[in-house]
Design a protein around this ligand. Sequence first.
Ligand code: SAM
Length: 226
Amino acid sequence: MTLARTAQEQKWLGEHGKKYSAGWVLEPRQLDELWMQRVTGGVSRTAIVKGMLEDIPRDALVLEVGCNVGNQLVLLRSLGFTRVWGLELIPEAAERARQRVGNRVTTGSALSMPFEDNGGFDVIMTCWCLSHIAPADIARAGSEIRRLARKYIFCTENYAPTENCTIKDYLWQRDHRKLWPDCKEIRHEIYPSAKPHPGAPSHQKGCTHAFLLEVPAKEAEKPASV
Ligand SMILES: C[S@@+](CC[C@H](N)C(=O)[O-])C[C@H]1O[C@@H](n2cnc3c(N)ncnc32)[C@H](O)[C@@H]1O
């Protein structure tokens, strides 16, 4: 089904997305430094991903939704993950990601993912992608992720216990775990930042959370009871 583009998707597909993507090609070490300084107040992206995914087999099929130019995919590969896929809205960013990690990057929207139900991914992850999806659309993104996640959902997103808008029409804080109430929480960490998100009001401190949820086995995949 083809959906009309949301205002947020239009923004990412326009000049904003082009400018963002052009300045966002970072290797894991650069990404770590930037995050420690600006996002988490001292915790690197590598440390977050490593800690959250420490028990996940390195041959798990992993999909990052909203992968942009593939920074996180490169990071996953540096941690030994061998089957890493990306989905990205902006075609040029997806192409750049493809140049970095090979042909496993598809152009498309989190609101209607271009993958069949059967198959699915062992782990579906997001990093500051769901935070850019408006309250009116977030349940749809949640159900698309749930449709395709076979075992785990791993998100690193903009956090507040109660949903609120950080930047008008562009960025929201929420407890993203609430999108999947039937999944079991394995890990959850909150990283309060000393600084507001760039563009947010100066009184509003940034806050990131990361979590790993276990998806209940689908009926057909449950072992037969004896
Ligand atoms: C803040 S960037 C984060 C990029 C990347 N996840 C990272 O950690 O470096 C948000 C990304 O999500 C993408 N995005 C936003 N809405 C999307 C949607 N509905 N479907 C797919 N990607 C989306 C944007 O195009 C952008 O590349």
